[in-house]
Design a protein around this ligand. Structure first.
Ligand SMILES: [Zn+2]
Length: 373
C-alpha cells in the first residue's frame, strides 16, 4: 500500500447522510488500491474507489472540496487544503462527472416523527414567516441580499472558479437598457431603483433578485429577434420585483436552509448561498406569482406602446427550440401551461390603445446586442 502525504493522512469532515452529525475523519489516498480511505475511531473504515468519487457541483469556495460517492450520493466529504485537493484531482478520473440522483431516499431514513416535524417547519412555518419577513425587511437589507446573491451567481457560473463571469458594460448597450427601463417603469413606485445588468453567459435566461436587481444572461439577448422580446421579459421581471417575489423566495430558502443547518450540524457557508442562488435562478415561483408577473408585463408593455404578444413570441420560439426543460423555458414554464401564457400574451394586445412604438430603434437595438463587446 502506497500512501501519499508522508503516511500521515489528512484531516477532513465527513457527513454520512444518516446521522445528523459532521465527523472529523482522517483520509488516505491509497494509490495501490486506487481508493480513498476514510478513517474514524468509531466507524469501520470506508473505501471510496477513485473512479467513483465526484465533486459536488457549483461549489463557489475553492479552498475546500466537497466530495460525493457514486454509490453513496447522500454522504459528503469536505476536504480542506491545496495539497490534498491537488492529489485528489490528479488521481480521481471522473471527479467532475455529475453525482447520481439515486439514493436520496436515505435522507428520509431518519425517524418518521423527526422527518414530519422538520417538514412542518420547512414547508409550512418557514414560508409563512418568510412572507411576513419580506414585508418588514428594510430596503437596504434587501439590496445587500441582492448584491451578495449577484456576486455569488457570477462566481457560480465561472468556468474556472476564479474569474467571476463578466458584467457587460459597453456604454452604448447600457444606455439602450436605460432607455428600455425608462419605458417600462413609468409609475412604478419602489423603495429602491431597478438595477439591470447583463452577464456574459450563453444561458438563455433572465431573473430578478432581491433589492430590485434584474439580470439577463447574454444568451437571452442573442436569442431575441426583436428588442420588444427583451423588453417583454424585462417587464415580466419588473413584475416579480414589484411583487417582492425574489425577497420572499430568498427568505424562504434561507430560512429552510437555516433550519436544515441546525439539524445537520455545520453546513458550509458557501453551500447555503449557492443553494439560494440556484433557487433564485430557477425561480421556482408559484403559478400565481408567474401569472401576476405576466399580467404586470401585459399592462406595462401595452401602456408603453409595445405589443404584449412579444412575451408570447419569445416563449413560443424558446419552446420550439428548447423543448420545455431548458434555460428560460425552465424558468418561465415551470408551473403554468406555457400555451396558456402565450395565448394570454397575444390576447393582451387588445390593451394597446395608443400608438405603437418599438422599445428600441435599430441603432439602440444593435448597441444592446453588442453590450458584451
Ligand atoms: Zn417569472
Amino acid at each position: 500500500m502506497t500512501e501519499l502525504l508522508n503516511g500521515s493522512g489528512a484531516g477532513a469532515d465527513y457527513f454520512d447522510g444518516e446521522t445528523p452529525k459532521l465527523r472529523r475523519v482522517e483520509i488516505h489516498l491509497n494509490t495501490g488500491e486506487r481508493a480513498l480511505e476514510i478513517r474514524t475511531p468509531d466507524l469501520p473504515m470506508k473505501r471510496w474507489a477513485f473512479a467513483d468519487i465526484r465533486t459536488v457541483p457549483d461549489q463557489a469556495d475553492k479552498t475546500w472540496l466537497a466530495l460525493a460517492h457514486h454509490d453513496d450520493p447522500v454522504a459528503r466529504l469536505y476536504v480542506l487544503g491545496p495539497q490534498i485537493i491537488a492529489e485528489l484531482r490528479a488521481n480521481c478520473p471522473d471527479l467532475r462527472q455529475k453525482p447520481p440522483v439515486k439514493g436520496r431516499g436515505r435522507l428520509f431514513g431518519w425517524a418518521a416523527a423527526a422527518v414530519a416535524s422538520v417538514a412542518l417547519i420547512v414547508f409550512v412555518l418557514v414560508p409563512v414567516m418568510a412572507n411576513q419577513l419580506a414585508e418588514i425587511l428594510p430596503p437596504e437589507g434587501e439590496q445587500a441580499l441582492g448584491d451578495t446573491t449577484f456576486e455569488q451567481i457570477r462566481s457560480a457560473f465561472s468556468e474556472t472558479g476564479f474569474d467571476p463571469i463578466a458584467v457587460c458594460d459597453e456604454l452604448d448597450g447600457r444606455r439602450s437598457l436605460e432607455i428600455m427601463q425608462a419605458r417600462l417603469t413609468v409609475g412604478v413606485d419602489l423603495p429602491y431603483p431597478i438595477k439591470v445588468d447583463v452577464l456574459d453567459y450563453d444561458l438563455v435566461n433572465a431573473f430578478a433578485l432581491p433589492g430590485g436587481r434584474v439580470v439577463f444572461f447574454r444568451g437571452l439577448i442573442d436569442e431575441a429577434e426583436h428588442p420588444d422580446e427583451v423588453a417583454a421579459v424585462f417587464a415580466h421581471e419588473i413584475g416579480h420585483v414589484v411583487n417582492r417575489d425574489p425577497a420572499r423566495i430568498a427568505l424562504r430558502t434561507a430560512g429552510s436552509i437555516g433550519v436544515l443547518g441546525l439539524l445537520l450540524g455545520d453546513f458550509a457557508g458557501g453551500t447555503v448561498v449557492l443553494f439560494l442562488t440556484e433557487r433564485l435562478i430557477q425561480a421556482s415561483y408559484t403559478q400565481e406569482a408567474e401569472a401576476l408577473a405576466d399580467a404586470f408585463a401585459h399592462e406595462t408593455l401595452a401602456a408603453a406602446g409595445i405589443p404584449p404578444s412579444s412575451l408570447g413570441s419569445m416563449f413560443r420560439r424558446l419552446l420550439e427550440e428548447y423543448g420545455d426543460s431548458e434555460g428560460i423555458v425552465a424558468h418561465f414554464a415551470s408551473h403554468p401551461a406555457l400555451g396558456d401564457r402565450i395565448a394570454n400574451a397575444e390576447a393582451a394586445d387588445a390593451l394597446l390603445t395608443g400608438a405603437f412604438r418599438p422599445s428600441l430603434n435599430d441603432h439602440d437595438w444593435r448597441a444592446l446586442q453588442n453590450i458584451c463587446g
